[in-house]
Ligand binder design. Structure first.
Ligand code: DGJ
Length: 700
């Protein structure tokens, strides 16, 4: 037997390869001591055999095989060029090892197949990646290939996976483990609102702040399949891969996307911290990592398709006065795009709306000190467009397909399509000083196809190489395309089309299990929310946007003086704190009141923090329950200050100390007892700043 070990931050992965078998993960969990004997460990994990079983337990290998009596889902479903199924029996052949990297090679000599599992530690993180590849001497048709299968811990009772919908992204579902499979699959050709590709496996009693949690994320923007299965023998396995059947052609090599693994010993927050830091520090291809994140103004909800130069200039001037630093011209600037029935594909400036081109608007915006960004939806086409009339054969899917928003999808696997889109987008970026693209994708594919995603990746990569100073936002009717695959090519997510602060509060809270503040766009929407009909006060709207990368999307002409003043004040606070906050850890608090959604953003050096406590509804009890904090040093003392005490209403009639003045309290008290905040209306937010006191003098 050969044993292999990888350590990434707080986790250890141990693999074993026995003669005549595929390799398998024999341990995935919190870090083991350095001297652990891998052979003994692998032997120690072998389970008993009893009645009602065959004479050995078929191993849960990296790619469980049907031809070895494996009692659960196979990791590979493959056919020959003639369509006949193939049942491989792969055996370990050799390993390539380098510090923090491991490749385990396998062969099935009879079938001329080679399988490789690759693992890598991302240095300085709590993240391990795992990928699989199958190669053959002859053409294959692939139905399913999982990234290396991992055994799931058997202690926990729950599987947390991510569902959602348009304007309701990142909804965490709890499905108890039980016999059989939980299968989640995005069949729509993009990551999709309903299918963020992740699984969280809390150990017994785990919460946001406590307990062991194992977590997996599959980094692929084309739609994934996840299987979390409990076998009759009690073992549990997790498989992730591209959605099944999305490789349409014959090929001699297929590969999965990376699977990202982490293990936390401090609850879900350890998972969130690992993923947030990994994205922020290692994965996002920042244009300039040191540059401050900008306050955006996006004109979509202000004007929709109704572009008029004087109006846009006025809006830009007002946005600048509020504190915006980048103006993003959304849908409606190209072709003859007066509504969503036409012009997708015709990426030339609409001369009716912009007789002198975009220059006058951009000059005005830049004259105000803002940079300029612009919207594209590259993969899409309306049938009512010059492009569709000229190139009907570039459109994906049958002619009688169901349309989505009157639009169809271009075949991104076609090199001519990529070339055309590259040239059109490049021309806009070359002709104008644009530093930002909002890259939208508003409908699902007529049928899922991995080649489409590879085509999109190729176009993005080519444009990024040609225009390295241009930042790109991934948007798909809000959060329909968010995953680590697309985030290797983009720098911001449009998390949701919901600018309803109340709903955003929840969506942001759950998305923080994966996404850092620095990439999570969040805008102050109109007073009268366009997607929910709610009317939410400016302070709540502004604070919710200020939790992440802040922006505005309302028509600034609707603002009262008082609203503008609140927004200016919150924006100024955001700017004053963005340097540490955009790299901070977002820690979800274990709120004792379900009507309070709360998080603490902790500076990397632990020296300061801010708590956002959002009252999402009226509480069941009369007075606010103390809110325990997290992530602090129990022995340190912190000065805590209610930043927006002025937002207290007359119905807060008592005298909680925090309403009056800053307090100095120990980390132990703040984490065990917590903050006693004043009473407030639903749909409002308390914001508390904290600083660790470093010497006796500063405590006086
Ligand atoms: C959907 C996006 O999510 C919106 O923000 C906006 O860009 C529209 N598309 C434009 O059509």
């Amino acid at each position: 037997m050969q044993g292999f070990r990888l350590d990434a931050g707080r986790q250890t992965l141990v693999l074993a390869a026995r003669p005549g078998e595929m390799a398998q993960v024999v341990y995935w969990g919190l870090t083991l001591p350095a001297g652990e004997d891998l052979e003994t460990l692998a032997g120690a994990a072998v389970r008993d055999v009893t009645g009602g079983m065959i004479d050995a337990l078929p191993p849960l290998t990296l790619c469980p095989e049907a031809a070895r009596s494996f009692p659960g889902q196979s990791g590979l479903c493959v056919r020959g060029a003639d369509g006949a199924p193939i049942y491989p029996r792969l055996v370990f052949s050799h390993a390539d090892e380098a510090p923090g990297q491991l490749a385990l090679h396998h062969v099935d000599a009879r079938l001329g197949l080679r399988y490789t599992a690759r693992f890598a530690v991302v240095p300085g993180t709590d993240i391990l990646t795992a990928e699989a590849e199958i190669a053959a001497d002859t053409d294959l048709r692939l139905d399913w290939l999982c990234a290396p299968a991992v055994p799931a811990p058997e202690g926990g009772t729950d599987r947390l996976h991510v569902a959602g919908r348009w304007i309701g992204e990142f909804r965490i579902e709890h499905t108890p483990w039980s016999a059989g499979s939980l299968l989640r699959e995005s069949r729509l050709g993009r990551t999709d609102h309903s299918h963020f590709p992740a699984l969280l496996l809390p150990g017994a009693g785990a919460t946001n702040t406590r307990g062991t949690v194992h977590a997996l994320h599959y980094g692929w923007a084309g739609g994934h399949r996840m299987i979390a299965e409990e076998l009759p023998d009690g073992r549990r396995q997790v498989q992730f891969g591209h959605a099944a059947g999305t490789e349409h052609g014959l090929a001699r090599r297929f590969a999965t996307a990376p699977l990202y693994l982490t293990v936390s010993d401090n609850g879900l927050n350890g998972v969130g911290r690992a993923f947030q830091r990994y994205l922020h520090d290692h994965h996002i291809p920042w244009v300039d990592a040191a540059a401050p994140r900008k306050v955006h103004y996006n004109c979509w909800e202000a004007i929709y398709f109704d572009h008029d130069l004087p109006t846009l200039k006025d809006i830009a001037s007002r946005a600048a006065a509020l504190g915006a630093e980048r103006f993003v011209l959304d849908d409606g600037w190209f072709g003859r795009r007066d509504d969503d029935t036409s012009s997708l594909g015709d990426w030339t400036v609409d001369a009716r709306k912009y007789p002198d081109g975009l220059g006058p608007l951009i000059d005005h915006v830049r004259g105000l000190g803002l940079s300029f960004g612009i919207w594209f939806e590259p993969e899409m086409v309306n049938r009512n467009s010059d492009l569709a009339r000229a190139q009907p054969d570039w459109i994906l899917g049958p002619d009688d397909q169901i349309e989505g928003r009157q639009q169809r999808v271009l075949d991104m696997a076609n090199a001519q399509v990529q070339e055309h889109l590259h040239d059109r987008i490049a021309k806009v970026l070359t002709d104008h000083p644009v530093d930002y693209i909002k890259w939208d994708h508003n409908r699902v594919l007529p049928m899922p196809d991995a080649a489409q995603t590879r085509g999109t990746y190729a176009l993005l990569d080519r444009l990024r190489a040609a225009f390295p100073a241009v930042e790109i936002e991934t948007c798909a009717s809000g959060g329909g395309r968010i995953d680590f695959g697309i985030l290797g090519r983009t720098q911001r997510v449009w998390l949701s089309d919901s600018n309803d602060a109340l709903e955003r509060l929840r969506i942001q809270h759950d998305a923080a299990l994966f996404l850092p503040a620095s990439i999570t766009g969040s805008h102050v929407g109109p007073r009268h929310c366009h997607t929910s009909g709610r009317r939410i006060g400016m302070a709540m709207r502004a604070w919710v946007a200020a939790q992440r990368q802040m922006g505005f999307e309302m028509d600034p002409r609707e603002l009262t003086e008082a609203e503008a003043a609140v927004l200016q004040r919150v924006t100024a606070w955001w700017k004053a704190n963005r340097d540490w906050r955009m790299a901070a850890d977002i820690l979800r608090l274990d709120s004792p009141d379900p009507a309070v959604t709360a998080e603490l953003q902790l500076a990397r050096d632990g020296g300061r923090f801010v708590v956002f406590a959002g009252q999402n509804a009226s509480s069941a009890q009369i007075t606010p329950r103390p809110l325990p904090l997290a992530g602090l040093d129990p022995a340190s003392r912190y000065e805590v200050r209610l930043l927006n005490a002025d937002e207290a209403t007359g119905l807060s009639r008592g005298a909680p100390a925090l309403k009056q003045a800053a307090l100095t309290l120990s980390g132990a008290y703040l984490m065990q007892q917590g903050l006693t905040l004043p009473w407030r209306f639903p749909e409002t937010m308390w914001v508390v700043e904290g600083r660790r006191l470093t010497d006796a003098r500063s405590e006086t």
